[in-house]
Design a protein around this ligand. Structure first.
Ligand code: GTP
Ligand code: MG
Length: 196
């Protein structure tokens, strides 16, 4: 749930990057961090295992301009994708305003994508959210790899809600800002009616 401060005219929104382990969630927000100027970003916080897997979360605060005179601040989080960190994922989803599902296009990760998405649906439901109404965007990541399945296949198996979707090669930044712009727009549209 976004936090609106009417005294300081600020809005804080929470965007969570969700998806299977090694899908490229951390790479997405690292790229955003690298390409955003210092005035508009805060410190990126990363809690990793020694082999660079996300242990608890990554966190990046961003300022993305004004909407109706309110300064908008986005807090980007990633969840740890490894299967056994379910409790952390639940915690990180609390108060979420928008979700980027980063799918791994590789054929051998299709089951992991499906399982992760199922987990997301369930975790949202437990917190009283409905995946069909919450702002949601898909990123088909790792399009550069030879074992990537077709986008049609990913769409059919994962995007039942016809949510916006983008091809990604997060290691080189392809699709990263398109994805972020799309989700922030959806979140702000959801919120706009409430800003007066
Ligand atoms: N070839 C290729 N590799 C990628 C791409 N995006 C990310 N990677 C690589 O995939 C590996 C995992 O990326 P991460 O961003 O750490 O994945 P994650 O989703 O945060 O993983 P967890 O934290 O374990 O959930 C890294 O070695 C990345 O460099 C991509 O588009 N193409
Ligand atoms: Mg990670």
């Amino acid at each position: 749930m976004s936090f609106v401060n009417y005294n300081t005219k600020e809005v804080n929104c929470k965007i969570v990057y969700y998806g299977p382990g090694l899908g490229g969630k951390t790479t997405n927000i690292q790229y955003v961090y690298q390409k955003t100027s210092g005035d508009n970003k805060g410190k990126m916080i990363t809690l990793n295992t020694e082999n660079e897997r996300t242990l608890f979360f990554d966190f990046l605060p961003l300022e993305l301009g004004e909407v109706r005179g309110f300064k908008t601040r986005f807090h980007l989080y990633t969840v740890p994708g490894q299967v056994f960190y379910e409790a952390s994922r639940k915690l990180i989803l609390r108060g979420v305003d928008g979700i980027v599902f980063v799918a791994d296009s590789q054929v051998e990760r299709m089951e992991a994508n499906i399982e992760s998405l199922r987990g997301l649906e369930k975790n949202l439901e437990e917190q009283g959210y409905d995946i069909s109404t919450i702002p949601l965007v898909f990123q088909w990541n790792k399009r550069d790899l030879p074992n990537a399945v077709s986008v049609e296949d990913l769409k059919e198996k994962l995007n039942k809600w016809d949510a916006p979707e983008f091809d990604g090669i997060a290691v080189s930044g392809n699709g990263v800002f398109e994805t972020l712009k799309s989700i922030s727009k959806l979140v702000l549209m959801n919120l706009k009616g409430g800003l007066n």
